[in-house]
Design a protein around this ligand. Sequence first.
Ligand code: ATP
Length: 356
Amino acid sequence: KETNSIPTPDASVDVTDLRVRFGSVTALDDVSLSIRDGEFFTLVGPSGCGKTTLLRSIAGLETPSEGQVIIDGREVTAEPPESRNIGIVFQNYALFPHMSVAENIAYGLRFHDLSGDRDPDERVAELLELVDLAGFGDREPDQLSGGQQQRVALARALAPEPDVLLLDEPLSALDARLRKQLRVQIKTIQRELDITTVYVTHDQAEALAISDRIAVMQDGQLQQVDTPEAVYRDPASRAVAEFIGDNNVFSGRVTDDGSQLSIEGGLLPLPTGTDTADGTSVTLSIRPELLSIYTDNQPVDGQTLSATVNTVEFLGDAYHVHCLWNNRTIVVKAAATTPPKGEVTLQFDADDIHIL
Ligand code: ATP
């Protein structure tokens, strides 16, 4: 595809000590963040955690009571959105209904001087090509599917060659299949343009799938900022362990002799290198895919627990087996061909227990 004529933008986004209040609600509580040039950065967290407020603060649509927003090294905290050189896509497309697709995209160019002698029509054609909608320029928005409308919204946001692309839940209104297709397309376009991108979603799977780095938010604060792999494998807090991916999370205590983990009557082995003192209360987690399930009564090597299958969910490529162990549910992901049932043995590696 010919997109070489689109210049590569170059911008980092820094937020320092940002605080936003709505009456008595503190939507952002002392948030600091550095987003790198060309990075695909995602803000994720449960409803009301402040992710939209943070994105809107970067956009200039929300005025923080404290702190700074810096784009490409320039402080823009007091500047309106139009002088920040950003492109924004919202959840609800927000296309102009009586303008054609091409006119919608060209609208983004109205205050923008195209570099050199470039023709706006040429730029619109280039953007239609970029979002895979070549030939759709004369249609009106209501003649497009939701996914196509969102791609037009993306093209319109990219038209004036912004330094930073901001996306606020752009896929939330679409069905699950289309969401997955479009997220790959967004990621591909982001890579192609190498544009610094801040993406908001409440969908942790989406965040893991497309981001270079993720900020997990809760109650107006950042819980963890890291790569998807690190956030998944090494969650920094109980909130992250519970929000990102499927997980088994328990409260427990290191036994008085310091040799095991006590979980309300049940005992688990202590992972090697645990530096918590005897008797300390801990939160621990183990991912469903790090447990194995055995249904026959054969002896199993390694760390084991005896459990009873309670509920089984079929996932397509595996089962999620909800087992009862000492009145607690432990979910195991089992790549079996038939659903396990009855009395089972769960096997795991002590070092796969994660102490939070
Ligand atoms: P969601 O996924 O539901 O959009 P969010 O993580 O994006 O949630 P925000 O929309 O940033 O969260 O809201 C953070 C907090 O600030 C919430 O408690 C919300 O109710 C509050 N809030 C947001 N906007 C306003 C406003 N204009 N007036 C009053 N309170 C607001």
